[in-house]
Write a protein that binds this ligand. Structure first.
Ligand code: IPE
Ligand code: IPE
Ligand code: MG
Length: 246
């Protein structure tokens, strides 16, 4: 073995900064309730943390950030809270997209647009178009997103093509499913962060998280500052990612 090979980085050497970070932004309601405030204040304060997190990810050279804002299950909340959240998304996009554009952030929305207010969908599509050419950080906002529904849609697409004789079941590989997901062309998340104290995935990116490092913290999302993000990166940098090897 040549001397240079001895010093070559092993492929499982932990990287300090994850390339793709996914966050389940949880705990808005409890953060507010602890302070005797309405849950809506928690959601509003959560938007401030989104802004900080995007800025920090741009600064640290993260390439993809996927944020869980509203799940397919969140429709089961009281109508007033759902309405509040939908209006908050509209307001946040109007206020924040110009700032993100200045930072060269590329915005994408993952989830099904069909159940959303047409005005919100229009804003989402305009934001995607405006930022399509940007290349610092790609932010995937998950709104009306569910991992199972994403996989089901992919399976239906494959089934249709099999019926038409365009695909052979025997020749199908993992790539055939992965390329039918919202995250097509993007690497899988390296690090998942879930504030709010719960240790579950809640139907988020269930295919893509197969080998992701999972970081749970009791801090609520409205208090999750850059300091907490760096603590998660620090923890991540100490993980040894084996991907099944020894
Ligand atoms: C996460 O905070 C935000 C959304 C799901 C939209 P929660 O609203 O779930 O806050 P908790 O979990 O009730 O504290
Ligand atoms: C997950 O949080 C969804 C989002 C953060 C958007 P939830 O608060 O809805 O998750 P559960 O209900 O505790 O699993
Ligand atoms: Mg919650």
């Amino acid at each position: 073995m040549g001397v240079m090979n001895l010093f070559k980085k092993k492929s499982n050497t932990p990287q300090a900064i994850p390339k793709h970070v996914a966050i389940i932004m949880d705990g808005n309601g409890r953060w507010a309730e602890c302070r005797g405030l309405p849950r809506s204040v928690g959601h509003r304060t959560g938007v401030d943390r989104i802004r900080d997190t995007i800025e920090a990810c741009v600064e640290y050279g993260v390439k993809y950030l996927t944020l869980y804002a509203f799940s397919t299950e969140n429709w089961n909340r009281p109508a007033a809270e759902v309405d509040y959240l939908m209006n908050l998304f509209m307001e946040a996009l109007q206020n924040e997209v110009p700032k993100m554009h200045k930072q060269q952030v590329k915005l994408r929305f993952i989830g099904l647009k069909d159940k959303l207010d047409p005005d919100l969908v229009e804003l989402m599509e305009e934001s995607e178009k405006l930022t399509a050419g940007n290349n610092s950080l790609t932010v995937n906002f998950a709104i009306n997103y569910g991992g199972r529904s994403e996989i089901m849609a992919a399976v239906k697409g494959i089934a249709r093509q099999v019926r038409e004789g365009e695909l052979e079941p025997e020749h199908l590989g993992e790539e055939d499913l992965a390329k039918r997901l919202f995250t097509l062309g993007q690497p899988d998340p390296d690090l998942l962060i879930r504030p709010g104290g719960e240790k579950r995935i809640s139907n988020f990116l269930i295919w893509q998280l197969a080998y992701t490092e999972l970081y749970f913290t009791d801090n609520y999302w409205p208090e999750f500052s850059k300091k907490h993000l760096l603590a998660a990166f620090e923890w991540y940098s100490k993980r040894e990612r084996r991907f099944g090897r020894v």
